[in-house]
Design a protein around this ligand. Structure first.
Ligand SMILES: [Zn+2]
Length: 59
């Protein structure tokens, strides 16, 4: 019986039922953006996501 603790994969806090498998909207957005960034490298700013994203690209 290995029961996994439900942790947010990003910050290891407890998951929220509303944002599974993440702990919050912030982590959910962050993960999504990470995928988008890696997969498509979107150029435009996404609505209200910037709040939790630190952009340190200097290209
Ligand atoms: Zn989290």
């Amino acid at each position: 019986m290995s029961r996994r603790a439900n942790q947010c994969p990003l910050c290891k806090k407890a998951q929220s039922a509303d944002f599974k498998p993440f702990c919050s909207q912030g982590c959910k957005d962050r993960d999504l953006l990470k995928w988008l960034d890696e997969g498509y490298r979107l150029a435009g700013p996404a609505a209200d996501y910037q709040d939790s994203i630190d952009r340190d690209e200097r290209d």
